[in-house]
Every structure is written in C-alpha cells, then in structure tokens.
Design a protein around this ligand. Structure first.
Ligand code: 8OZ
Length: 392
C-alpha cells in the first residue's frame, strides 16, 4: 500500500525511515536481581528495528520509581551496561531508539521500594486494585495497593534530579533520545490530574501549579539532551490507574501550550480509550476529541497511540494532521509490522498470557512474514533464548 505512513520523517537530527513507531511496552523481562536488561531484550528490540522509531519500555529512573516486578531501571552501572547491549543491537539493525523515563509514584508497593518504605505521590490517596510484585520465591504475586506518602515540597528537587541522572545514564547507554513518561497515572500524571493532586503548595491547585513538576523535569532533561531529542507522553482523559481530572481540556490545553515553548522532539498522546494494555469504552463517545484539541494547540511533531490499525493510522496522517503513529500490541506480535502493513499482509495476534514476565516465548518468537512464507529460516527460538541468556 502507498501512504505517507511509509515516507521518511525528519525528527531533530534524524530521518525516521517511516512514521510508524514502536510504542513503549512493559514486558517485565529484566535480569534479576538488579532489573538489568539482557541480550534477550536486545534481540527483541533489534527484531523491531524497521520501525521509524522505537520507544523503550517504561524504565524506572530510581528504585523508588519502580512499580511492577522485573521492569528494567536506568539508575545503576549494570543497568546502563545492559541497555548498551540493546542500543548497540538496534543500531546494528538500522534502527533508532529513545528511552522512556518512568517514575510510578503511587502505583507501587513497599515490596518494590527502597527499605520497604511507602510509595510516594503528590497526595496520600491510594488507588484501587492490585500491585504486581515478585514474592520471596521470585514468583509473581498480586497484592493490594497501599496508601502512598505525600511528597514534601522539599523532596521535589530530588525527584527532578532522579530524572536528570537517568537522562544522563540514557545518554551513556547509547540511546538516540528520551521520552518523559507523564501518562497513564504514574507520578507526573498524578501531579497533573486533580483527582490525585490535592496539594496546597506551589505544585497543587491551579493547572499551572499541577503542571509545574512536569515542566521542571522536562527542563532538566532538556538540559542533558537538548530539547530536540526529548519527547513527552501524556494521556489526557485516561482512566487507567484510577485517573481523572475535573477539567481535562483546561489542564491538557495548558500543558500542550507550555510544551510548545521547549521545541521538543515530539509530543506523544495516548488515546483516552486505552487503559494500560486494554481498549475500553469511552464514557461519552460523542465528546470532542481531546487529541484534536491538542493538535489545534501543539505546533510541533505530534505522535498518537492507542487502537490504531492501518486504516485509522493512514487517516490520522493524511487528514487529521498527526505526524507519527505508535503501535503497541501490533508491534509486540509483529516484529516486521511496517512491511506487513505495506503489503496488507495478515497480522500475528498478540498473546496476552506472555505480555509480562517469562523468557523468549511470546517475546522473540513471533515470526516475520518472510519466515512464515518460508522465504527466511525460522530460528530455533528455544535454543536462541538459551544462547542469548547464557551470553549474559
Ligand atoms: C501496563 C502494564 C504495566 C505497565 C503504562 C508502563 O501504562 C505502563 C504499563 C502498562 O504506561
């Protein structure tokens, strides 16, 4: 098929080979102990290097920022070395990869926190549901969330510093840029939204105040990378992780407008019907699209994600003024997604049972079209997994 989706796109100093982006995807497969990326992770990312851009899975900026078992970090030398395997493999395969920087805030559990402390948040408001942790035997376990501790105003510079150090580490690890995760109910989104931010200091109340921490983080990481290599991800009107805001149009209109001033690589917006790894019904499907509103305000490169197929993606770039489309579940199951879309070929279905944790199964063993058609050799995936993990 022919569509501007397959055309090169200029992004900062780079030329993306197409407008199809691999969305950040939590897969919980880092080496333990230490949450360290492995050669298996490197192989998985390199398999997907035909994306115009890869965004790494959400990566905790500090131990305090971890919220799920086995997610990788970017705050120790071992993690930086592990990520170097990933960036080298992606570059050798001709790809580009940004790292997504993540602090989960209240979406955590003492089992994942330094010294078993309470997770931190803008306000001491718990979310409903269960945290995904590993128990003493290293088995996955779901345990109820706890009420987080509200951060003191004096602690907020340290949060900014966590992102800044992680940004420096991402540079050392060989990434091509970074994305600040300010979506899906994690720390920066908890500051943005009125349902999770009841602060009475300069970081709560008016939208300008609730956006302050995000702006400070963005400024700090732009100081490390230069703004043209920094993206920001938002999920306006998203409900995942118990989120909500009294007036999302005012909030996200303000945020989009402030982000104009930075000259970022891109703004990345998650469609509101995406909740984590699932698509949910919108409360009011007739409501004006918040993505459309943001497109009217934000002047730079706009990336969208959530529930796109070829037809919707083509329409978004051809008619809706969207610049880049990120695909999550489709890229997870189709390492050669751009080629499949170009050929209008059938797509592999993602296997939810292997989304989080485990090894190569449901990770590196989704075949390419050429492998399925017998035009390329199908590797012995079990053996490949063993070799990759043995190599360290
Ligand atoms: C689903 C499961 C675990 C993490 C996000 C990082 O929502 C995530 C995530 C999603 O951005």
């Amino acid at each position: 098929m022919s569509s501007p989706l397959f055309d090169p796109y200029p992004l900062g100093p780079y030329t993306l080979k197409n407008r199809l982006v691999m969305a950040p995807l939590t897969r919980s497969r880092s080496r333990q102990p230490g949450n360290i990326p492995t050669r298996l992770n490197a192989y998985y990312y390199a398999q997907r290097a035909s994306a115009g851009l890869i965004i790494s899975e959400a990566t905790q900026v500090s131990q305090q920022g971890q919220g799920y078992a086995w997610t990788p970090g970017i705050h120790t030398p071992e993690q930086v070395a592990g990520w170097r395997l990933v960036t080298d493999a992606v570059h050798a395969a001709g790809g580009l990869i940004f790292m997504q920087l993540w602090h989960v805030g209240r979406v955590s559990h003492p089992a994942l926190q330094p010294d078993g402390g309470l997770p931190v948040a803008p306000s001491a408001i718990p979310l409903q549901g269960m945290a995904f942790i590993a128990n003493e035997q290293g088995e996955p376990e779901l345990v109820p969330f706890v009420t987080p501790r509200a951060l003191e105003t004096a602690e907020l510079p340290d949060i900014v510093r966590q992102y800044q150090e992680a940004a420096r580490n991402a540079l050392t690890a060989g990434f091509d840029g970074i994305e600040v995760h300010a979506a899906n109910g994690y720390l920066l989104d908890q500051f943005l939204n009125s349902s999770t931010n009841q602060r009475t200091d300069d970081y709560g109340g008016l939208v300008e105040n609730r956006a302050r921490l995000l702006m400070e983080v963005v400024e700090a990481v732009c100081g490390v990378w230069g703004s043209e290599l920094v993206g920001v991800r938002l999920s306006p009107e998203g409900t995942f992780n118990d989120m909500g805001d009294d007036d999302p149009e005012a909030l996200f209109g303000h945020v989009a407008s402030r982000l104009n001033d930075f000259g970022l690589a891109y703004l990345h917006v998650v469609q509101p019907e995406i909740a984590g790894n699932a698509t949910v019904a919108l409360a009011d499907p007739n409501r004006r699209s918040i993505v459309k509103m943001i497109r009217g305000i934000y002047r730079g490169t706009l990336m969208v994600c959530g529930g796109y197929d070829y037809r919707k993606a083509a329409r978004a770039v051809e008619i809706e003024g969207i610049d880049l489309i990120a695909f999550g579940r489709l890229f997870l199951a189709n390492p050669d997604l751009p080629e499949r879309l170009r050929q209008a070929a059938p797509l592999n279905k993602p296997d939810e049972a292997t989304f989080y944790g485990g090894g190569g199964k449901g990770y590196i063993d989704y075949p390419t079209l050429r492998q399925q058609r017998g035009e390329a050799k199908l590797p012995d995936f079990a053996r490949l997994e063993r070799e990759l993990l043995a190599a360290g």
